[in-house]
Design a protein around this ligand. Structure first.
Ligand code: ZN
Ligand code: ZN
Ligand code: FE
Length: 762
């Protein structure tokens, strides 16, 4: 009996060797018909015997190409047409766009084999790739994914490449970025002024410069990196001073997983993450005496490590390097550089040399960052390798555009049951970053093929994203979502859960419904609404934003709240106030409540405790104090500090003055900093458990959801997981999107979508 079946595949099915794979499977199973790329996925029609069709479908599910991912398959019988052959037909540009553009993928092992094979025609060719690897998102102009729509359009294939491209049995069949030394892009080396080097081997010359300690800008997949030898203190210092980046950790790229294992502790799950085709920067615990410069991550007990993911990077490491700093090429708060000319201008005075090529990068895409918690990968920055693969939601929603918050911004478009997040845009502090927000919004329109008329944004009236939402044309409604509510809904969407939960949102700061700076919130929340059931007791931030840069101000306030007028004595004993003149200043501004906004932020509480512990009184980037607290506490046994829960009109207030009192006593009697830092972490986990238990008593809810930037702290997250699980809660943490503000746009989008769907007033 001959049958014909029409299959519609959606998901990551274009630009990943899916059509050749289907072709080979069809031929293998003796089926006729065709495969075709559509704007909404891939359509396959197969004609043949029943058992062959069954076998085909089962093999297709089992043997998918490595970076393909089928999220949906619909099959239906259709009339037999009497086809005798299977073929690949031209892409169809019509239809509704529902196409999943593929993320960029690291060079595959087959290509690596050829890269280092002296007999291969692509031996040492820095742009080798195939259907299983190479650039995707970052070279795309419009959909569908064909050579004419990509930055490869200016490289016509040579006869040999064309042969591969047209041969269904070849690994490069329809590999859109296919190229070779005869027909593809090539490298060149420029000096700091943009003058072309005469060197016959630009790669070797660039490596020489790196060895001499120069700062070299390397063109990568989603943008330029600034690179220096990671073993050289002088070179790393040079890079830091030119980039005005004093202490913030720098990512490094190492030769291979073996070398990563020599400088950092690595578990199975971390190794898998490091070697995945997404190749994120993985945060790993640094080993004592690791042979890399101390300047890379001063004060930290971790290193951000990644493996080479482009052929060019593999070739550089093949010239004898073990570890290179690879930090995004930008100036502070500006997006990563992608264009050759752009790089020459914006990195002038930072990079000594530029190793560039003539294949354009069309989409800015920073490296992703990840860690593992309890053997589970957690993304801290979701960008290259992951974007634009959508997050699959539990139910469909109306179309929404969400613009994110102000820091670590991403843009999200909700379409049916899929949430498409943009590459990491970052902090919107500069005009360049704001342009990038617009660029990313346009990119998401293109990728999703929709332009939602409903826009979600933060509650903060002054955020650039909020103003952008109000200034957009053709917007039917603007839906505001409170920052910490968005965090919780983001984590729910990340885990595919809906309905009422206990939301524990621990954060830097976000604009609260009462106008104060929230950041330590216990919410009862569903997608649409929330009530604030409790929070960290408010404390003032003397000097407002100055307190973020100078945690000693918060330390002073904590002492004042705990010891009243005696606070000065303790501050003197602890030596936390940098100058005598600040004593009356702190008193004056907190007494008269001048420039001292109230906050319930856990991030700021961390800062305050770090100051009391003498870990740090000033920071050069947000989160630094908390990161050093975590580093100090890591692996140290301790007894939790005490805390207090006060019940008031505003719900349950979590009061850490008992913790301050105990900590100060212990510190003054000589307890080591490490164990006190650990005691603080333990105290938080216990406190959150008790708050959650109270909410459970009152509501019967048993699902607790952890979100917010503070949960980037692995020690805190693991402690909370343990306490809450021990108390019998179902606990949910982030995995696919970051717990920090990079995940906010997803929460905004889903919350807004749910409100529209429920017909709630917006
Ligand atoms: Zn490959
Ligand atoms: Zn060629
Ligand atoms: Fe936040």
């Amino acid at each position: 009996m001959i049958k014909r079946v029409r299959c519609h595949f959606s998901g990551v099915v274009q630009g990943v060797g899916f059509r050749p794979f289907i072709y080979r499977m069809a031929v293998l199973h003796d089926l006729a018909g065709f495969v075709q790329n559509r704007r909404d996925g891939v359509v396959v029609e197969i004609e043949g015997s029943d058992p062959s069709i069954e076998a085909f479908l089962s093999d297709v599910r089992k043997l998918l190409p490595p970076i393909a991912d089928v999220t949906r398959l619909v099959t239906e019988e259709s009339p037999v047409r009497g086809d005798v052959e299977f073929h690949i037909t031209e892409s169809e540009a019509e239809g509704t766009a529902d196409l999943h553009i593929t993320p960029d993928a690291a060079t595959c092992n087959d290509c690596l084999g050829e890269l280092f094979d002296p007999t291969d025609r692509r031996h040492r060719y820095p742009f080798i790739n195939c259907t299983n690897c190479g650039p995707r998102l970052t070279i795309i102009k419009t959909v569908p994914y064909d050579r004419v729509n990509r930055s490869m359009a200016c490289f016509p294939l040579c006869p040999e490449c064309l042969k591969e491209y047209n041969d269904p049995m070849d690994r490069r069949f329809h590999a859109e970025p296919n190229a070779c030394p005869a027909c593809g892009p090539r490298l060149s080396l420029l000096d700091g002024e943009g003058r072309l080097s005469e060197s016959p081997d630009p790669l070797e010359s660039a490596c020489d410069k790196l060895r001499e300690g120069a700062v070299v800008a390397l063109k990568g997949l989603g943008g330029f990196h600034l690179s220096v030898d990671a073993g050289s203190d002088a070179a790393v210092k040079r890079l830091r001073s030119r980039k005005y980046r004093e202490e913030k950790p720098l990512a490094i790229m190492v030769k291979d997983a073996d070398f990563a294992g020599r400088i950092a502790e690595m578990k199975e799950a971390e190794m898998r993450l490091l070697e995945s085709f997404q190749r994120p920067i993985v945060i790993l615990k640094k080993k004592e005496g690791a042979p890399v410069s101390e300047e890379i991550a001063p004060g930290m007990d971790t290193l951000g490590i990644m493996l080479p993911y482009t052929p060019l990077q593999h070739l550089i490491f093949d010239r004898g390097f073990t570890a290179l700093v690879m930090t995004s090429a930008n100036q502070k708060d500006e997006p990563i550089c992608i264009g050759n000319r752009e790089a020459l201008v914006r990195l002038h005075g930072i990079a000594d040399f530029f190793l560039v090529h003539n294949r354009d990068i069309l989409v800015r895409c920073d490296d992703s960052i990840a860690m593992t918690v309890a053997e589970t990968p957690v993304l801290l920055r979701r960008s290259r390798g992951y974007v634009p693969k959508p997050i699959v939601l539990r139910e469909p929603y109306p179309e929404i555009l969400a613009l994110g918050p102000h820091m670590k911004t991403t843009v999200c478009i909700l379409k049916k049951n899929l949430a498409f997040l943009s590459p990491h845009v970052g902090d919107l502090e500069t005009p360049q970053a704001r342009d990038f927000l617009e660029e990313s919004t346009d990119l998401m329109y293109k990728i999703t093929g929709c332009r939602p008329s409903r826009v979600a944004c933060d509650l903060h009236p002054g955020y650039h994203t909020t103003k952008t939402a109000h200034g957009m044309e053709g917007v039917e409604s603007i839906i505001t979502v409170q920052h910490h509510h968005a965090h919780i809904v983001s984590c729910m969407a990340d885990n595919g859960i809906t309905g009422r939960v206990i939301g524990i949102s621990m954060d830097g700061t976000g604009y609260g419904s009462d106008g104060h700076a929230w950041g330590g919130e216990f919410l009862i929340a569903d997608e649409c609404n929330f009530t604030r059931q409790g929070h960290l007791s408010y404390f003032p931030l003397p000097g407002g934003t100055a307190a973020i840069r100078e945690p000693w101000r918060i330390g002073a306030v904590l002492l004042k709240e705990t010891f009243g007028d005696q606070w000065r004595d303790y501050a003197r004993k602890l030596r936390i106030i940098p100058e005598e003149r600040y004593y009356p200043l702190i008193d004056a501004i907190t007494h008269r409540e001048i420039n001292s906004p109230l906050t319930s932020s856990l991030g700021r509480l961390f800062d305050g405790f770090a100051s009391l512990l003498g870990i740090r009184g000033e920071v050069s980037f947000e989160g630094q104090a908390a990161m050093e607290m975590e580093a100090a506490a890591s692996g140290c046994p301790a007894e939790p500090l005490p805390f207090l829960i006060r019940t008031g009109e505003e719900g349950d207030l979590l009061d850490f003055t008992p913790a301050v009192r105990r900590l100060v006593e212990l510190r003054l009697t000589g307890s080591p900093t490490k164990s006190l830092a650990a005691a603080f972490h333990l105290c938080l986990a216990k406190a959150f458990r008790e708050m959650a238990e109270r909410i459970r008593m009152a509501t019967g809810l048993n699902r607790s959801v952890l979100s917010g930037g503070c949960f980037q702290n692995r020690l805190l997250l693991e402690g909370c997981l343990e306490e809450l699980r021990d108390a019998g809660f179902d606990v949910f943490m982030h995995r696919q999107v970051p717990p920090n503000d990079g995940g906010i746009s997803l929460g905004q989008a889903v919350s807004a979508g749910a409100r529209v769907k429920a017909g709630l007033p917006l």
